[in-house]
Design a protein around this ligand. Structure first.
Ligand SMILES: [Zn+2]
Length: 1053
């Protein structure tokens, strides 16, 4: 699954907190806290690319399936209560027939049985133990109105062996745990096949975008309905009785009965031509799937259009993209998405030697107007939000384009990692998601080299993981305590993705080119099986690695080296101090990295003494361009340049005897060599997921080196520049290390010369924390003065006003497409423009407002209308790369604030592309006028903005101090009318840093009573506020005194 890109899509956690009173508090704490922390950060580094289009859920009739036929029996002995199914029965095959009562358009919404299903499932089962006396499986038989559930009575349950009916004594429904227990009269034999049938059970096509749910598109006043099933990780039980856990692999044969006007009906297997069965109904049967977990099952009932290519010209091997026909047309007939899909699939086939079409006969990918996640990897029918699959030439920004390619690569890598091999249980979710995150960058690096993504992976993933994992409330990658639904949801937070991906990247760095050889063996050995992390570590440890000269084969004991990284939360900082003149006369000390949390409960009793096995690689000063800290080759460093640091403290001289070959001569401590290149840098390329601290003299020399004239920094690899800034900022922020903000600002003095996206964006992201802390204090002027001075130097470098920096350049997408401007350059421009205008650098604001005026005067929309024609194109004025800045600062610095805001507001409904609508909402939040911001907040309630977008509004608002205050008041006043409130609490309070704000949050939380589901979100928010207050008490003076000195220390070009 691709992580949800919308804010706080963690309804699951919050809602289920209410539904299940049973889960222990800890479950809820994990479930909600980390879902949130992750979505926040995802948002920071990956701008919202997706909003949804037309379905107005408020007018959708409720999906309550009427009187339940399910009998809830409480008779008989108490059943051992557990949320995990017993392993005593293995499902082997499902025959599912589902009749779908879906209205075709709005005229049919009030027909009887609308939004219902009737299903029959036959499950072939085999006991794996002797004398099994019950069959326990999942069925969600109770749910709130509008949410998916199924109903049946004991009389609809039948069991047979061959053709002999077996009597069933009793059927027990346990709705509190979504479980049904069937007691046959006689015990079942180990190894014998039985068939369990549940006939004509009733179901619901839900309105909450979970399980089997309804969605629609609207054109010219007509609504076209569709239904689609999204199960991962635990929602199959909402559509069919099943064994809804990943380790139960079965094959599935699906038949769908549907109104014949739904012309595009799909499932995982290939579909034959539908067979008319009378009364306007059609029956479509799909070929049997490979053995897979039920969460990968899906169906789609729609009128979608389709575009298809033959994969590598192989007969009958097709890749198709499905979606609303208007959207396919308007998105260049999805040429780009088809090309990216082919490239990603070829890469996976080639790398792992398990060709996709050996197991599936087709690959469908559907773009859905409503989708609760970014995308999900259902085998043979991958589901996406429209915005994550459809690239619109001329409208989609470079960043969205890269994101679309990334989501496609992510999902197609799941065809092996997730589908062919599946984690045994969600405790090891990272075995699916960490791999997909890691591989999406590997694939993009190889298939779209011109984008230069390799150097951005540390920024996009490793640094994100380190932010999330800096609190003790973070879960370990392997979390044995996953039982409840909130705990499962929690495992799908960004941490599993980003840290999982970072750990895999670290292992690749250690193994070099041997890494993929080992992965190929891992895949071959475990295909069609379920895996846990020990399986992976064992295979990696078996792989011979050639080291030294002459080459000898060695093995690395990953089982012991990687254990702490996987089974514990957190990560280390290693402090290196040069203590003598010898080349390896360096002491080390490792310590867990924790962001401070004051006296809050989160860090009480935290184990700070834990040690990791750190794969240490050293680099040192040199004088070649881009050479300091450069990894040098694609496959990492190779084992012979690496030393495993396993102790808490020690000396490299004794801990790294060089058994892996000869070490490079690290430079001696001054004064024996005082050259400008005499410093060390550890963890080049930020390949390891750890931070590094140095002795003060080393930090000083690094800063001198970086600041040596306009080209000094260019001697250092760009990843290393960003890594040094990120490490220094965060080490200073904790207060736990001997490093002050002087080190941070000394490092950043060269920033006027920095022209690379990664390091510059890292600096700006970290400055944003200082901005959040200082913006309501008397010291804010010092920060703005520093930033304005920086951008007074930096902005004019952009050349004359209206130069290409604000250009409307569009990435071409034709076969040999020449993309105008490199991806990283466009991104770099955007960071500069956004920050320059944010700090009100005069020329930047002038440029933004004049661009905005031009656009307004032209009165043209940002995206093409659905009915595309070449004449229509003339009515569109777009500036895909700089749209966010032009609209936001055009509104913010406007002389006609109200009029311009109203104009933009009216444009929102005219736009047909989700990304354009998101840009407009984001810009509306940039206003300085309180009354206009209030109107924007009202849009979260009045139905003019879709629910998922309305949560983004809170996030956009809190970029600004006034917006933050208004949002907090609005949240308190309208608490009962808002949904997904946990994420709003997190967003709105993120910058709170005064004792008064702390009291307000505490008081409000208390006023809601002890049982409110958002309590964990409040606890987390309070921890953060406490940390911010402590930072204000202890660090603000240090920062302010540095700002006062450093604002005038920038080099003058
Ligand atoms: Zn995924």
């Amino acid at each position: 699954m691709q992580f949800k890109s919308s804010l706080g899509a963690w309804l699951g956690g919050a809602l289920l907190g209410i539904l299940f009173a049973i889960p222990v508090a800890l479950a809820i704490v994990f479930g909600i806290l980390y879902g949130q922390a992750s979505s926040d950060l995802e948002q920071c580094r990956q701008p919202v690319t997706s909003t949804q289009s037309t379905l107005s859920t408020s007018s959708v009739p409720s999906g309550n399936s009427g009187p339940s036929t399910a009998a809830y029996t409480s008779e008989g002995p108490a059943i051992n209560f557990t949320l995990r199914l017993p392993a005593s029965i293995a499902p082997i095959h499902y025959e599912l027939t589902l009749q779908v009562f879906l209205p075709f358009d709005q005229t049919e919404e009030s027909l009887p049985n609308t939004f219902r299903t009737v299903g029959t499932v036959e499950i072939t089962l085999k006991p794996t133990e002797d004398d099994v006396d019950r069959i326990t499986l999942h069925a969600r038989t109770q749910a709130p109105s509008g949410s998916g559930k199924i109903s049946f009575s004991p009389s609809q349950v039948q069991l047979r062996m061959g053709w002999s009916q077996l009597p069933v004594d009793r059927v027990e429904f346990q709705p509190e745990s979504d479980v049904v227990v069937i007691f046959p009269r006689d015990r079942l034999y180990n190894g014998t096949e039985y068939i369990l049938t549940i006939r004509d059970y009733e179901g619901v096509i839900a309105s909450d975008t979970e399980g089997l749910y309804r969605s629609s598109s609207e054109r010219n006043g007509r609504r076209n309905w569709l239904a689609v099933a999204k199960f991962q990780p635990h929602k199959a039980r909402r559509m069919l009785p099943c064994f809804d856990e990943p380790s139960f692999r079965s094959s599935f044969s699906v038949t769908v009965k549907h109104n014949s006007r739904f012309t595009t009906v799909r499932s995982n297997g290939a579909g034959g031509i539908g067979r008319p069965i009378g009364d306007g109904w059609t029956e479509t049967r799909f070929s049997t799937t490979p053995s897979m977990p039920v969460y990968l099952l899906t169906i789609l009932v729609s009128t979608f259009g389709q575009r298809t290519v033959n994969y590598q010209q192989m007969r009958n091997s097709t890749i198709s993209i499905l979606g609303v026909e208007d959207m396919l047309l308007k998105h260049g007939n999805v040429t780009f998405s088809l090309q990216q899909s082919e490239k990603a699939l070829e890469w996976m086939d080639d790398r792992f030697q398990q060709p996709y079409f050996n197991f599936m006969s087709k690959l469908d990918q559907a773009a859905l107007p409503d989708f609760p996640a970014g995308a999900t990897e259902d085998w043979g029918l991958v589901l996406y939000r429209e915005a994550n699959l459809l690239y619109e030439p001329g409208v989609t920004s470079a960043d969205n384009k890269r994101a679309i390619a990334g989501v496609i690569a992510h999902e197609l890598s799941h065809m092996v990692f997730g589908n062919l091999l599946t984690c045994k249980w969600w405790s090891d979710t990272w075995m699916n998601e960490g791999f997909a995150r890691f591989l999406q960058y590997e694939i993009l690096h190889d298939t779209n080299r011109q984008w230069g993504l390799n150097a951005l992976v540390p920024y996009l993933s490793t640094q994100v993981a380190m932010q999330l994992d800096a609190y003790d409330t973070a879960h370990a990658l392997y979390n044995p305590n996953v039982e409840t639904i909130p705990q499962i949801e929690n495992m799908f937070g960004t941490l599993s993705y980003a840290k999982g991906g970072s750990i895999l990247r670290m292992m690749k760095g250690v193994m070099g080119s041997a890494f993929y050889g080992a992965l190929r063996r891992y895949v071959a050995r475990f295909r069609f099986q379920n895996v846990e992390h020990d399986d992976l570590l064992t295979v990696l440890s078996e792989e011979p690695i050639s080291v030294g000269f002459p080459a000898t084969n060695k093995h690395i004991d990953f089982n012991s080296h990687m254990k702490t990284w996987i089974v514990s939360n957190g990560y280390p900082v290693i402090t290196l101090r040069r203590v003598g003149p010898g080349p390896r006369d360096i002491t080390f000390e490792q310590k867990r990295f924790l962001l401070r949390a004051g006296n809050s409960s989160a860090h009480a009793g935290v184990d700070k003494t834990r040690t990791w096995h750190i794969p240490l690689v050293l680099s040192y000063g040199s004088s070649g361009i881009d050479s300091v800290g450069a990894p040098g080759w694609d496959y990492g460093y190779g084992a012979d340049k690496l030393c495993w640091i396993t102790k808490a403290t020690g000396r490299l001289l004794s801990e790294c005897p060089g058994e892996w070959g000869s070490y490079v001569s690290w430079p001696p401590l001054p004064p024996s060599d005082n050259s400008s290149t005499n410093f060390i840098i550890a963890n080049p390329g930020q390949t390891g997921m750890y931070r590094v601290n140095y002795d003060r003299e080393n930090w000083r020399r690094i800063a001198l080196y970086l600041n040596a004239g306009p080209d000094g920094h260019r001697m250092m690899y760009e990843v290393t520049r960003g890594q040094l800034i990120d490490d220094a900022f965060n080490l200073a922020r904790t207060g736990d290390f001997d490093i002050s903000y002087e080190v941070v600002f000394d490092l950043m003095r060269y920033l006027p010369y920095e022209m690379q996206y990664g390091p510059f964006a890292t600096a700006m992201d970290n400055m944003r924390y200082l901005d959040q802390m200082l913006r309501s204090t008397v010291n804010y002027g010092n920060l703005t003065e520093y930033m304005r001075n920086l951008f007074d130097l930096k902005y004019p470098e952009f050349g004359p006003i209206n130069s290409t920096r604000w250009s409307s350049s569009v990435w071409s997408d034709d076969q040999n497409g020449y993309e105008q401007g490199s991806y990283t350059t466009l991104q770099f421009n955007n960071v500069v423009l956004d920050n320059a205008c944010y700090y009100e650098q005069a020329e930047c604001l002038n440029d933004a407002t004049s661009k905005f005026k031009q656009w307004k005067l032209a009165n043209r929309s940002l995206s093409l209308p659905y009915e595309y024609s070449t004449e229509n194109a003339a009515y569109v004025t777009n500036f895909p790369q700089t749209r966010n800045m032009i609209l936001c600062y055009g509104i913010r610095a406007s002389e006609n604030a109200t009029e311009d805001w109203m104009f933009l507001n009216s444009m929102h409904d005219r736009e047909t592309t989700p990304a354009a609508r998101a840009s407009i909402l984001r810009a509306l939040a940039c206003s300085k006028e309180g009354s206009l911001l209030q109107r924007l907040l009202q849009k979260t309630l009045d139905g003019t903005v879709r629910e998922q977008d309305s949560n983004s509004i809170f996030f956009y608002m809190t970029r600004w101090h006034l917006g933050e205050q208004l949002s907090w008041n609005f949240l308190r006043q309208n608490w009962g009318r808002l949904t997904r409130r946990s994420s709003i609490v997190a967003d709105v309070t993120a910058s709170f840093n005064t004792r008064q704000q702390l009291e307000e949050v505490r008081e409000f939380r208390t006023s809601l009573g002890p049982d409110v589901a958002e309590i964990p979100a409040f606890e987390k928010a309070i921890d953060k506020i406490l940390a911010n207050i402590e930072w204000m008490d202890e660090s603000v003076d240090d920062v302010v005194s540095q700002l006062k000195i450093q604002y005038k220390n920038f080099p003058i070009a």
